[in-house]
Design a protein around this ligand. Structure first.
Ligand code: PMP
Length: 402
């Protein structure tokens, strides 16, 4: 008999080495969450700087009240898929609110952001079509391609010329062409150069899907994401997003203006064959989106906080994921043991950040990834910077900018 799990021997050895070096960086337990920026970890109050809680809405009183009311009125779970018993008035209300926020005709709510990418990509593209993916795309985008059965063509990260070359090569191919971009890339924090891609779109013709997971509620004059910030919103044929970041809940969505958009509900397996998001999640998401619309100043504050941390790290001489300011600020580290040692030193000193290691990162780089919240105080941002400075000064060899 071949032991199916034997192949995990090297993986388990790697994990053991991580545990020997300190805390469990990929299985950390938050004993208590005290606020959007504070938690209790290993019995110690810790600044949270790796939560994706960009808009700091998780403890908003109105969101919590809406969730509690939904629990009272609709119960703990929907116990069914959207196409069976799992669509409540709340799901429809949320879809209408999102469509209005996005200024798009149609919106479909999915159970997670992961399901939204799978459901939208495999909902619109099929075996006769071709999907062009940025090489650094999120796993949910890759998995959506696999599920669709479409031909997959990868182009170099953020390289519109490379996409153009590949489109030119398959000019006469049958079927539709879908290009998927992310507003802000989740590891390095860089944005897609959307204007360049729109030029290629005008030349070659394709349908464009924007995954605004990290930019919905965060970027643009209307908080709709990168396409909104870039002034190119009308060029995004489909917008995908998640409730697990700026919305502070769980769930995801796909939206667009196509007259046949609603057909996706009848064709998308991740929409049809999983339970719909719970009443409490949907109600808190609904309240949070109203809040994002009502309080655009949260976005300004997030930008200020992000700039403050970015400049603080720059002053320390740290090498970051990219040169532009976004709420994702990643510090490049030389190798895995150093990254793990630094992560532990930061946690012991009182700040939690994400550890990001290959194969989850582009080009096999090791990162300490911070995500900034509008709810961070200046003191918290300065403390995060100070602790990174102390950890580097203590001899951990973080890459310095040249
Ligand atoms: N797209 C991107 C770019 C993401 O970073 C993520 C989550 N990290 C998702 C989609 C999936 O979102 P969710 O966590 O809601 O499943």
């Amino acid at each position: 008999m071949v032991d199916l799990l034997k192949k995990f021997e090297p993986l388990m050895a790697r994990y053991e080495a991580m545990l020997e070096a300190g805390s469990d960086a990929i299985g950390l337990v938050n004993e208590k969450i005290l606020s959007p920026t504070r938690g209790l970890i290993n019995g110690k109050e810790t600044i949270l700087a790796g939560t994706n809680n960009y808009m700091g809405v998780t403890f908003d009183k109105a969101c919590i009240a809406a969730g509690k009311k939904a629990l009272d009125e609709f119960g703990t779970g929907t116990t069914g898929s959207r196409i069976a018993n799992g669509t409540y008035g709340l799901h429809k209300e949320l879809e209408a609110e999102l469509a209005a926020f996005l200024d798009l005709e149609h919106c479909i709510v999915f159970s997670t952001g992961y399901a939204a990418n799978l459901g939208m990509i495999a909902g619109v593209a099929g075996p006769k079509d071709t999907i062009y993916l940025d090489a650094d795309s999120h796993s949910s985008i890759y998995d959506g391609c696999t599920l669709s059965g479409a031909r997959l063509v990868r182009f170099r990260h953020n390289d519109a010329d490379d996409l153009a070359k590949r489109l030119a090569r398959s000019k006469d191919s049958e079927g539709g062409k879908l290009v998927v971009l992310e507003g802000i890339y989740s590891m390095m924090g860089d944005r897609a150069p959307m204007a360049d891609f729109v030029e290629v779109k005008k030349q070659y013709g394709f349908q464009l899907m924007m995954d605004e997971a990290h930019s919905f509620g965060v970027l643009g004059p209307n908080g709709r994401g990168l396409a909104d910030e870039a002034g190119l919103y009308e060029h995004a044929d489909f917008v995908v997003g998640t409730f697990s970041k700026s919305v502070g809940a769980i769930g995801g969505f796909g939206a667009g203006n196509h007259p046949y958009f609603e057909a996706i509900r009848h064709h998308s397996r991740p929409y049809m064959f999983t339970a719909s998001p719970s009443p409490a999640s949907v109600a808190t998401a609904l309240e949070a989106i109203k809040l994002l619309a009502r309080e655009p100043e949260r976005r300004d504050r997030l930008q200020e906080n992000s700039t403050r941390l970015f400049n603080g790290f720059k002053a320390l001489g740290l090498e970051m994921g990219c040169d532009e300011v976004s709420p994702i600020i990643a510090v490049r580290c030389p190798d895995e043991p150093t990254t793990i040692a630094m992560w532990n030193a930061l946690l012991d000193a009182g700040v939690y950040v994400n550890i990001a290691l290959p194969p989850g990162t582009p080009n096999k780089i090791c990162l300490l990834r911070c995500s900034v919240s509008t709810a961070h105080s200046n003191d918290e941002i300065d403390r995060i910077t100070e602790l990174f400075g102390q950890v580097v000064a203590a001899g951990h060899g973080v890459a310095k900018a040249g």
